[in-house]
Write a protein that binds this ligand. Structure first.
Ligand code: AMP
Length: 171
C-alpha cells in the first residue's frame, strides 16, 4: 500500500470548514513511514546540507527522521515559551488563527545550508515564518519541504521565496 493511502481526511477539525490531513496512520506503519521519509529526502540527496529545520509539532517527527536519513543535524522551531535559551520570534497568520514561532538565537551558524520542513502546507504562513527565522540568523535556505500540500489553498500563488518548495503529495 502506498503511504498516501494511509493519509486520513478529517472534516471540520479543529474547526468547522477545515479539512484536516491526519498523518498519524502513516507514522504508525513502518513501511509507510519509511516511504514517506524517503519521498521527503529524495530532492535533497546529494545536495550539501548542514541541518534540517522542523516546525513544531508534526514537523519535529518528520524533520528528525529526515535529518537522520540525510545524515545532518536537526533544529527545532517551536511555539512560544518552549525553548530555554535566548530566542528569535516571528509572528504569523495560519489557516485557523494567529501564532508565533521561535528558534534559539544561536541554533544555526551564519551561512549554514538548511532545509525547512513541516507536515502540511496550508496557507503557507507557518513555513514562511520559519524561513524568516532561519534567514534572520544568516543561514541559507536551500529548500523547503512538506509531506502534503493543500493545493486548493494556493499557498504557491503568494510564495515568494526563491528556494525550491517540494511537496510529496498535493491535494
Ligand atoms: P499554514 O501556516 O496555513 O500553511 O498551516 C500549516 C500548519 O498548520 C502546519 O504546521 C500544519 O500542521 C497545520 N495545518 C494547517 N492546516 C492543516 C490541515 N488542513 N490539516 C493538517 N494540518 C494543518
Amino acid at each position: 500500500m502506498a503511504w498516501t493511502d494511509l493519509l486520513r481526511d478529517i472534516p471540520d477539525f479543529p474547526k468547522p470548514g477545515i479539512l484536516f490531513k491526519d498523518i498519524t496512520p502513516v507514522l504508525a506503519d513502518g513501511d509507510a513511514f519509511a516511504d514517506a521519509i524517503a519521498a521527503m529526502a529524495e530532492p535533497w540527496r546529494g545536495v550539501a546540507l548542514d541541518a534540517v529545520v522542523g516546525v513544531e509539532a508534526r514537523g519535529f517527527i518528520l524533520g528528525a527522521a529526515l535529518a537522520r536519513e540525510l545524515d545532518v543535524g536537526f533544529v527545532p522551531v517551536r511555539k512560544p515559551g518552549k525553548l530555554p535559551r535566548h530566542t528569535l520570534s516571528q509572528d504569523y497568520g495560519l489557516e485557523y488563527g494567529r501564532d508565533r514561532l521561535e528558534i534559539h538565537a544561536d541554533a544555526l551558524p551564519a551561512g549554514a545550508r538548511v532545509i525547512v520542513v513541516d507536515d502540511v502546507l496550508a496557507t503557507g504562513g507557518t513555513l514562511n515564518a520559519a524561513l524568516a527565522l532561519v534567514e534572520r540568523q544568516g543561514a541559507r535556505i536551500v529548500g523547503t519541504g512538506v509531506l502534503v500540500e493543500l493545493g486548493f489553498l494556493e499557498a504557491r500563488t503568494g510564495w515568494t521565496h526563491p528556494a525550491p518548495l517540494h511537496a510529496c503529495a498535493i491535494y
